[in-house]
Design a protein around this ligand. Structure first.
Ligand code: E4P
Length: 222
């Protein structure tokens, strides 16, 4: 399973790169706004900086703002031309699906975002999306089961033979990452807090403290 970070913050992306386990980055308009990146020129410059920071063969999802077919196609092409890492992130709307089909024909990789049902995931795959992003945290927030949706999409893709990768998004915790992997996600995109949370176990801390104490004791005696 691939590990992506869900942020537009360059320091956090650098931290994930340095950890040595990063496969890519996803962003969205809210995350770009959070970093204070505004205006198309600055937005494109920031995407290029992210691509250069993560290095070769790392997917960077850059989301279109346009919601009409022509606008999505034009904006998506500008994003794709920026860097070979770019995956054009397109919302799950009628014109978005049409644009994903166009991009698939043109050899431009896409991430179909804002997916909340198995039917939406099927349509995105049929249109030729490279990734589909079910938002598991937001589904849990309204009292449904995000992980169950990942399992269902995985089952459907196996049954139908669609090759679209399931990118579990809106991850809130380390447990979400583990459960998404068990449910068949091909990738997860998560905040650094959830990614770093995978490191933690109290028995690891206790065990390491004991190893070091025993080593120190023995070496003092020697
Ligand atoms: C996915 O690509 C989105 O950027 C993201 O995962 C949304 O997460 P949120 O629900 O925490 O905003």
């Amino acid at each position: 399973m691939l590990f992506f970070v869900d942020t537009a913050n360059l320091d956090q992306i650098r931290e994930a790169v340095e950890l040595g386990v990063l496969d890519g980055v996803t962003t969205n308009p809210s995350l770009m706004a959070k970093e204070g990146i505004t205006g198309e020129k600055n937005i494109l410059r920031h995407y290029r900086a992210i691509c250069e920071l993560v290095g070769e063969n790392r997917d960077v999802s850059a989301e279109v703002i346009a919601t009409d077919y022509q606008g999505i196609v034009e904006e998506g092409k500008r994003l794709a031309d920026l860097h070979e890492n770019i995956v054009v992130k397109v919302p799950m709307i009628r014109d978005g699906i049409k644009a994903i089909a166009y991009f698939a024909e043109a050899g431009i990789r896409t991430n179909c975002t804002l997916v909340f049902s198995a039917g939406q995931a099927l349509l995105a795959a049929r249109a030729g999306a490279t990734y589909v992003s079910p938002f598991i945290g937001r589904i849990d927030d309204i009292g449904w089961n995000g992980i169950r949706l990942i399992r269902e999409i995985n089952h459907l893709y196996l049954e139908t033979g669609y090759e679209t990768a399931i990118l579990a998004a809106s991850i809130r915790s380390p447990l979400h990452i583990v459960e998404a992997a068990k449910a068949g996600a091909d990738a997860v995109t998560c905040p650094m807090s959830a990614l770093l949370g995978l490191l933690n176990h109290p028995l690891t801390d206790i065990g390491l403290a004991k190893f070091l104490a025993d080593h120190e004791k023995a070496n003092k005696q020697a």
